[in-house]
Design a protein around this ligand. Structure first.
Ligand code: ADP
Length: 338
């Protein structure tokens, strides 16, 4: 098991990582999710032993890794751009860590075949990396990372260089491969869908610190703060009079809990029988829905969605609220579904 306690990394006057404590249980996958510049890569590099800690400890199986060099930690690192050896074949790339470990030839051949199968590229051994698509190259990089049987796999934005549809597909495959191999992994990414697909637990990192850590579904459903909510995709935030008006129209009873109501876009749908009324200010068609910005009567601007591709700016619409896609957020604590 990996344990970080009070990990702090500074660069001159900048604190890139501040007092981060996290655990990754054996066989589980933790995603550190945060915007660019929040300190994710620095944290990963600190775990790998590539960055000096200014405070705190990194432990593996209870052993403090201070002073243990990167190559003796038994961890593997995989980056956004795979970093394959361009002049070697796919098989030679995957074989490289096996050769370093002086495995026998027959075992190496068998293992390379097995890994190619695992990442969905059987028969690709003789190809050069340059003849592969970006997604295939990342599959090879993953196979190479797994070849050394690392006790911990460190993934730095492994899918970020790929386009959206490929990234979604590969994220699902990556999840399956990590589960099938029982790999313990720490993934850092800015993409919340990727974190949600690949990991069991999430740590949302903002400005160097962990703002919330827990099972992915819990962070998704009940973000602890407004900043976390915004980062995991909540789009509308209501408090004061607009909140009261919204609750009344949505049929919520009693007094609202203190705090701000955060709503996902899907919490508000165009529905002729809905009790909220509004005027569409913007309608943008995406792959499988139309995203709306609606001026809701008595409430104000809210993000909403519809499947009706005929809805235009200026249309008067009725809307239905689904409070299961909302959460009350505070600066320090949270409570779901008032
Ligand atoms: P992320 O991976 O979340 O994008 P980084 O860990 O790369 O964030 O960077 C966090 C902060 O630390 C940034 O402000 C970055 O400019 C700074 N930083 C990262 N590496 C160095 C370095 N080697 N020297 C100085 N500042 C750095």
């Amino acid at each position: 098991m990996l344990e970080l306690e009070g990990v702090t990394v500074r660069f001159g006057g900048t604190t890139a990582v501040e007092d981060v404590s996290l655990r990754v249980g054996a066989g589980s996958v933790l995603a550190v999710l945060g915007p660019s510049g929040c300190g994710k890569s620095t944290l990963l590099r600190a775990v790998a032993g590539l960055e000096r800690l200014d405070a705190g400890t990194v432990r593996w199986e209870g052993r403090d890794l201070a002073g243990v060099p990167t190559h003796e930690r038994g961890f593997a690192l995989m980056f956004q751009d795979g970093q394959l050896f361009a002049h070697a074949s796919v098989a030679q790339n995957i074989d490289y860590p096996l050769r370093l470990r002086r495995a026998g030839r027959a075992e190496r051949t068998r293992r390379v075949e097995e890994l190619l199968e695992l990442v969905g590229l059987p028969g690709y051994g003789d190809r050069r990396p340059a003849t592969l698509s970006g997604g295939e190259q990342q599959r090879v990089a993953l196979a190479r990372s797994l070849a050394a049987d690392p006790v911990l796999l460190l993934l730095d934005e492994p899918l970020s260089a790929l386009d959206r549809s490929l990234r979604d597909r590969l994220a699902g495959d990556l999840r399956e491969i990590l589960v099938a191999t029982g790999t313990t992994a720490l993934l850092v990414t800015h993409d919340h869908d990727e974190a949600f697909t690949v990991a069991d637990r999430m740590a949302v990192m903002l400005a160097g610190s962990v703002a919330q850590e827990g099972p992915s579904s819990e962070v998704w459903r009940a973000p602890a703060t407004r900043d976390v909510a915004e980062f995991v995709g909540f789009e509308t935030f209501l408090s004061g009079a607009p909140l009261l008006a919204f609750r009344r129209a949505a049929g919520a009873s009693g007094d609202p809990p203190t705090g701000t109501l955060a709503l996902r876009r899907a919490a508000l749908r165009v529905d002729a029988s809905g009790q909220l009324r509004g005027i569409v200010r913007r309608a943008v068609t995406v792959s499988d829905a139309v995203q709306l910005q609606v001026d809701v009567e008595g409430v104000g601007a809210m993000a909403a969605t519809t499947q009706d591709a005929g809805i235009r700016r200026g249309d008067h619409v009725a809307l239905r609220a689904d409070l299961s896609l909302s959460a009350y957020v505070f600066s320090g604590n949270h409570q779901n579904n008032g």
